[in-house]
Write a protein that binds this ligand. Structure first.
Ligand code: FRU
Length: 486
């Protein structure tokens, strides 16, 4: 079947696509993606229930927004290769966070205006009811680290076609007076007490590799074309933190949460925001995901008041016609102690096929072997009571001889998934593991998240379960083959 977004190119006369239908650059870009799509989609490593581009390179999730009955997600995209290049914005939408459709590329570099790349940003509806995207514009011949501008685009009411804003550039470095902000990028907008703010990441000392900061700006008009610099919202406490890419700043209950991507594992800070002084005082901190495989997350506030996050899953090999996908949507909350909790979005249970379950088992050092769904796309949910055991081990194994197992384990103080460790204590664990061909996302009691890229297992793969150092009870060990989101 021809995908909808491709049909859209073919059916141009019937669908209003504005510039995207006629702009030769964009027709070329989308044809380049379409040409590689069959090869990319035939790759057994390519995920089917994580958001990806139809083919080619993707990185950060951008501009998540719910509008007129659809969740829209954009993403950093290079349509001409699976190894990266100058960025465009790809686009998908969903009514329910379960089934998604690809839409035409939303933004591309306006080379005629001297633009070479469209970097990460956000989407919002301005005070005049106009859909707006804000993003970091990289100019031709300029180094992104020391020269960037924040541009906007205006969308049609379905958020499908976008035109660069006549007022561009909207924010320039001149706002900072004489202070040089390096790696100044990734606008994120939030509203508070009737005011509209933007945060942007950067650093004050790229030369020495540090002094990461998040700057804050306040809108001065409803059209969101005039902004005032309100100073440094957050100075990273680790002097060596190289930068603070993709800041997201939002409230959960009374607390304020800041996400930053510091060229390493994504960090969160929880604390207080003083809207008068525009300063954030963090009290607790942690890692959003314990693996650097999850990066540059972006969040969306749902109408029910819950905030969800997607991250970029990176680290795939090149040469297969695709590279990168977005994480599953995760619902955020905070523990009483100010720890970030993340739950896979409840809607994902709609992707489950027929349930496979094993009766309650008491296990010791002897392992038991279970058969995995042949789809190689599944969710596992297990409740484990450690009783006298110190820990447990799950070994996922291809049937082919000599293929090393994919291991998820707990030793009493460290949880480990495919080589990445996270501190954890407790005798009762609720484990949810999502496998999507070569992508694995592991959630432990909603407290620990580990995202990994794993070798593709064969159709006769098994799961070996064992307790370590005593006896453990495995309750509700259930699995479901997972269906595609497309
Ligand atoms: C994060 C990032 C952003 C930037 C984008 C460019 O992965 O470096 O800071 O806007 O990617 O693709």
């Amino acid at each position: 079947m021809i995908p909808r977004w491709l049909a859209v190119i073919v059916l141009v006369p019937f669908v209003s696509l504005g510039e995207s239908s006629t702009n030769p650059a964009i027709v070329r870009a989308m044809s380049a993606v379409a040409a590689v799509a069959p090869r990319a989609q035939a790759d057994p490593a390519r995920p089917i229930y994580h958001v990806t581009a139809p083919a080619q390179w993707i990185n950060d999730p951008n501009g998540p927004i719910f509008h007129k009955g659809y969740y829209h997600l954009f993403y950093q995209h290079y349509p001409f290769s699976d190894a990266g290049g100058p960025k465009y914005w790809g686009h998908v939408r969903s009514r329910d966070l379960v089934k998604w459709e690809h839409l035409p590329i939303a933004l591309w570099p306006s080379t005629e205006k001297g633009e070479s790349e469209i970097w990460s940003g956000c989407a919002t509806i301005n005070g005049n009811g106009q859909p707006m995207i804000f993003y970091t514009s990289i100019a031709q011949g300029k180094n992104a680290g020391d020269h960037a501008e924040q541009w906007a685009a205006l969308g049609d009411d379905d958020l499908i076609t976008w035109q660069k804003h006549p007022a561009n550039p909207i924010l320039t470095e001149q706002l900072h007076g004489g202070v040089k902000v390096n790696d100044w990028r990734d606008p994120f907008i939030f509203h508070h007490e009737g005011r509209t703010f933007m945060v942007l990441g950067g650093n004050l000392n790229a030369g020495k590799g540090g002094e990461a900061v998040v700057n804050i700006y306040e809108a001065e008009n409803a059209a969101l074309t005039q902004w005032k610099y309100r100073g440094i919202l957050f100075h990273h406490p680790d002097k060596e933190a190289a930068s603070a890419e993709c800041p997201n700043f939002f409230q959960i209950g009374k607390q304020w949460v800041l996400f930053v991507s510091p060229y390493g594992k994504v960090q969160y800070f929880v604390g207080d925001f003083n809207a008068k002084t525009c300063r954030f005082e963090p009290k607790t901190r942690g890692e959003v995901d314990h693996a650097g495989t999850f990066y540059a997350p972006n969040t969306l506030l749902q109408s029910d008041g819950k905030r969800i996050v997607w991250g970029w899953i990176m680290g795939f090999p090149n040469g297969h016609g695709w590279n990168g996908c977005l994480s599953l949507p995760r619902v955020l909350s905070l523990s009483k102690e100010g720890k970030l909790l993340q739950k896979p979005a409840p809607q994902l249970t709609k992707l489950r096929g027929e349930r496979l379950s094993w009766k309650t088992r008491r296990l010791d050092n002897r392992s038991e072997t279970l058969t995995l769904p042949k789809t190689n796309t599944w969710e596992l949910s297990a409740e484990i009571d450690l009783n006298t055991a110190k820990g447990f081990r799950l070994n996922f194994k291809s049937a082919a001889k000599d293929s090393p197992p994919i291991t998820v384990s707990f030793d009493g103080s460290q949880f480990e998934a495919v080589g990445v460790k996270a501190p954890f204590t407790g005798k009762k664990l609720h484990l949810r593991i999502f496998l999507d061909h070569s992508v694995m996302e592991v959630f432990v009691n909603d407290e620990v998240c580990i995202t990994r890229i794993v070798p593709v297992m064969d159709a006769n793969a098994t799961l070996e379960v064992s307790a370590i150092g005593g006896e453990a009870q495995f309750k509700h060990l259930e699995m479901w083959p997972m269906k595609t989101i497309w």
